[in-house]
Design a protein around this ligand. Sequence first.
Ligand SMILES: *Cc1c(COP(=O)(O)O)cnc(C)c1O
Length: 465
Amino acid sequence: MTLFISTRGNNDKLNFEDVMLRGLAPDGGLYVPETWPILSQDEWRNLVGKPYTEVALAVISPFVGNCIPKAELKDMIEAAYASFSHKAVTPLTQLDANQWLLELYHGPTIAFKDVAMQLIAKLMDRALTKRGLRSTIVCATSGDTGGAAVEAFMTCDRIDLFVLHPDEKVSQVQRKQMTTSGSANVFNIAIKGNFDDCQNQVKAMFNNENFRDQVALSGVNSINWARIMAQVVYYVISSLALGGPDKTCDFTVPTGNFGDIFAAYVAKKMGLPMGKLIVATNENDILQRALKTGKYDMHKVIATTSPSMDIQISSNFERLLFEASGRDSDQVNHMMASLKQSDQFEIPAKTLANINQSFAAGRADENAVSATMKSALSDSAKLIDPHTAVALSVAQNHLTDNPMVILSTAHPAKFPDAVKAATDIHPPLPAHLSDLFERTEKYDILDNEADKIMQYIKTNSRVVN
Ligand SMILES: *Cc1c(COP(=O)(O)O)cnc(C)c1O
């Protein structure tokens, strides 16, 4: 049975369900398993060619432990992925002799956030029902998490969902997906600020014990362990499809909050042989600079055509720092205190060297993104979105003899303006979203002020203790 600890060193050890309901640890840290469950090479081999849901059950069960009976977990996984429009859930498509796209956008909101969100909604609803509780979920979004959360939680009666997005900094499709559910338990707040402001507001709410208890606060941002866990599955599936565990492949991941690529690292920690993990950033290249120089140094957020990666505070990076430092929470605390105080920290040399053993990094500027969307169409007959293009562009500088898997995190129709500008093709929305622009929107615009936002949530949440 896996228990979980905080990256910041407080001594609580919690089970999966508690960790999922809490989101962030009370000391401000992120939860990680106390020890990594490891599958043997034979156990991996036995999963080759198995359906997504079966692989998911094998990967997820060791973390969930006895919180959920296995048969019930299996049903929940099957229900979560029945909402995907592709039978393979996350199909691989071939781009050229040795490069592959891992298509993660076949869920209801056509971005990869659905993969984790569809499952976590089911897991949370079950945990709350079992405990006879209700909960208020507050989530910050740079665009895609919000829509995925709305879609996943709009039918959960025990949960009120508040989504904070940066006003006028998400695409129209993204905003409409969040604001048109018509569900009584869903509230959208456009914050006058950027994504980091939204994320900071949510973190401050978690650190406010009073408020946290008043509204029974929960979080489903990628800091929530349950989301990372759900994302490990597609790394396993694609690796096994390309010859694993007897061969390895490299992965290039378009990265913002470091949740998706950290899931790749988890697969490795679980004993699956993995090649290089390549962090691909857009012009908000803090991670790329940090891995090269050892200095994590915040700049201003730049608005790009890949808004879901327009981030300077990459929360899940803390999980990697914890691992790469040899689980030294003092070192992590030191770095996080420095970040809070002076917007920067130094990664100690040994920790950095450990990181660079598993990871590499690159950045793609806006010209490269646009050129890559164009060349993917002409060379591989593939229309890709700008986030995918960031990864595909960066991957070209990291090719080896290993198969290269490029994570395709959004459907091109989610970012039609950038795709049209680069390729002259306007990607149509899939049928289930074709009336999106006729649906009625509902959201409120608030200043980036903690008191006003918390008051809004208290007024509208049905949970008030
Ligand atoms: C969220 C998102 C990313 C970045 O994922 P992280 O887990 O934050 O690194 C990349 N692409 C798209 C389309 C996204 O929605």
